[in-house]
Write a protein that binds this ligand. Sequence first.
Ligand SMILES: [Zn+2]
Length: 222
Amino acid sequence: MPKSCNVCAKVIPKEEQVWRKDHGKIRMLGKCLPCERARARAYAASAHGAANLRRNAHTYRQRHPEKTASDNQKFKHKNPGYFADRDRHRRKTDPLFKLLRNMGNAMRHVARNAGKCSRSDVRFLGFSSPNEFKKHLESRFESGMHWHNYGRGGWVIDHIIPQKFYDQRDHVERSKCWNAMNLRPCWDSENSRKSAAEPHDSLLRLVPQEVWPARWEPGGEP
Ligand SMILES: [Zn+2]
């Protein structure tokens, strides 16, 4: 006997049947395909539905890392330029994203000869979330600095104790160098003028000693 849809009540034609695995058995859903699709769309659009789907997807990715990696590869292959476009858009609209990306790239650059270093090394910063890091930088803003003038011609990230004072081949030293306490927003014009010299006392005071390079004394040789 043909089943009818329990939403729109029409008899479900064969091509609109939906089959689901339910406790190990494959059973036909009591809804036609268009009604089931509408339900799924509405669920994904609702706040709790979206949250559930996000959480389930997260759990799945954690349980199946290899599958996740191969799915990502397939997606990239089918959608060339997708991530580059998305990044470009976020770089334009989200200054904190742009800044963290730039820093990740810079960290990877210095670490290239020193072993592995990934975007997650933003944890180097010594903060648990990008937002905390953001607040920290804001606390060091000079007058006139805003998130919309971050970048070339505006302000950039400066290492108070210069990068070359640290042994970048050493993971611990590198993480001190890139610790947020050693970073400050600095006008681009000022930053490109100054060479990698020892910081003034007024700036050095912002950097706790545990973040200084190993065996380094201000005034001594780097
Ligand atoms: Zn229906």
